[in-house]
Design a protein around this ligand. Structure first.
Ligand code: NAD
Length: 463
């Protein structure tokens, strides 16, 4: 099928490349010329395991093109994905201006022939109908420019094109760090919309994935496809993220109680996770959730509830537990080192999770800011950020090129991100290089006994 994906970030580029890989004819559009140039040369502007390889194979088969030409993209696609960012506004609401610009641009360039417009961006509940309205506005604006004064009335032409598109909500559940894997092995596909034609085309688009043709385990039953109305699909995305964020805040709260009573939260999580009603995922206590989705999506849902006169108390509590938790490493540093002014603290990891280069709303950023405020010098080593340098606009932190340089002269290390590489560092050597060998394990990732053996004073979260 002919597909156009507008917005080539973590979601759009992975979606476009995976759809091209399974045989669709895809054009990826972005208004960032630098990114387009990079992608045209076969390089991915983001770090995501496996992405460069499938991009390259799609380029070789001619199934993928990259461009900043929206009209060309709209003309090409029978399915048009909107995959631009919806960052948070200071009020907690979602900033939908990029979605609006794209929807207007689609309307202004619809060229006849039925099209499905797919909201893949995470958008406030009700956005499906709103996107339809903006597209219609875009059509009307273009027609105004086409029709000279006294010419054919806009109203006469508008219904023709308006009848030729439908809006579908297709929320995305991929995880950064395993986005390509998740796209080929999803737990479910959600399609919100009331047009049978549009939903039918979406099912055809995803058929090879639903049938597990590109799955790690092809013997599994087909991927469940849930068809809902637009609002329910939009709500599913927010509810899923709010639930996961609340689950982490819950175990972090249990960890804080464990710290006080002398229990070990890792054993507690194992004990409760074996209960099939609870499950063992998202029960790792640590320094809190972050990233580009959980904080903004939970805030947006709280805001939507507020708009309807309902106070989402549980979600608000999940946020406030998290805000405190994001500074738990600071509390622990103060307990061990007492005064932080003049001390040097090294951060192992900067990204909000492993296997990504994404620093958006990463707990490390809070930590850097607070450590700086208290007069500590901050250094960091991150397997990806240390390679890509300061293009991320980090400030208040010296980014080192390896873990041993990081350890050199530090009064404490804080493990911020559970990169697999951090399992195999020479911790005994690192401990010797430090002024004080203190390890605050913000993800309960390291083996406490091995750390003590390596010469560290080990402090975990709730263990
Ligand atoms: P991103 O910021 O990485 O990418 C957005 C892209 O859109 C950028 O490349 C930007 O240049 C481009 N863009 C902005 N305005 C444009 C325009 N007018 N025309 C063309 N391109 C334009 O964002 P992301 O992380 O991929 O997220 C996209 C959406 O998907 C968001 O709504 C997000 O909440 C949702 N989502 C993200 C994830 C994730 O893990 N990142 C997971 C699920 C859902």
């Amino acid at each position: 099928m002919r597909v156009c994906v507008i917005g080539t970030g973590y979601v759009g580029l992975v979606t476009g490349a995976c759809l091209a890989h399974i045989g669709h004819d895809v054009i990826c559009i972005d208004n960032n010329e630098e990114k387009v140039k990079l992608m045209k040369s076969g390089q991915s502007p983001i770090f995501e395991p496996g992405l460069s390889e499938i991009m390259q194979s799609a380029i070789n088969t001619g199934n993928i093109q990259f461009s900043s030409d929206l009209p060309a993209g709209v003309a090409h696609g029978e399915i048009l994905f909107i995959a631009v960012g919806t960052p948070p506004l200071p009020t907690g609401e979602s900033d939908t201006r990029y979605v609006e610009a794209v929807a207007r641009g689609i309307g202004a360039n619809l060229n006849g022939g039925y099209k499905v417009i797919v909201n893949k961006s995470t958008v406030p509940i009700g956005s499906g109908d709103w996107v339809r309205m903006i597209v219609l506005d875009g059509i009307a604006e273009r027609q105004k420019t086409l029709i000279p004064a006294g010419g054919t009335a806009v109203e006469e032409k508008l219904p023709d094109i308006a009848a030729q598109f439908d809006v579908v909500s297709n929320p995305e559940f991929l995880r950064e760090g395993s986005a390509v894997y998740d796209t080929f092995n999803p737990d479910r596909i959600v399609l919100g919309g009331n047009s049978q034609q549009a939903v039918g085309m979406m099912k055809e688009l995803y058929a090879p994935i639903v049938e597990r043709k590109f799955a790690a385990d092809q013997s599994l039953p087909p991927v469940p496809v849930l068809v809902t109305d637009l609002s329910s699909a939009e709500m599913i995305k927010y509810a899923a993220n709010a639930f996961l964020a609340t689950k982490i805040s819950f175990i972090n709260e249990v960890a804080n109680i464990c710290d006080r009573v002398g229990a070990d939260v890792t054993q507690v999580a194992k004990g409760i996770g074996l209960d099939s009603r609870i499950g063992n995922k998202f029960l790792q206590a640590g320094i809190g959730w972050g990233g580009s989705c959980f904080p903004k999506d939970v805030s947006a849902l709280i805001h939507t509830a507020d708009d309807y006169g309902y106070e989402a108390q549980l979600m608000k509590a999940a946020v406030s537990v998290n805000e405190r938790q994001r500074l738990i490493a600071l509390e622990k540093l103060q307990q061990v080192l007492k005064i932080l002014k003049g001390k040097t603290v090294g951060l192992l990891g900067l990204t909000f999770k492993p296997d990504t280069d994404d620093l958006r709303d990463a707990p490390a950023l809070n930590l850097i800011e607070q450590l700086n405020r208290l007069g500590a010098k901050v250094k960091a080593y991150d397997p990806i950020i240390s390679q890509t340098g300061m293009r991320h606009g980090l400030s208040g932190v010296l980014v080192e090129t390896d873990a041993e340089r990081l350890a050199d002269g530090c009064d404490a290390l804080v493990l911020v991100t559970e990169w697999q590489q951090f399992n195999t560092l020479d911790y005994a050597k690192m401990a010797k290089l430090m002024s004080h060998a203190v390890m605050i394990d913000g993800r309960n990732f390291l083996d406490p006994e091995a750390m003590v053996k390596a010469g560290f004073q080990y402090v975990g979260v709730g263990r």
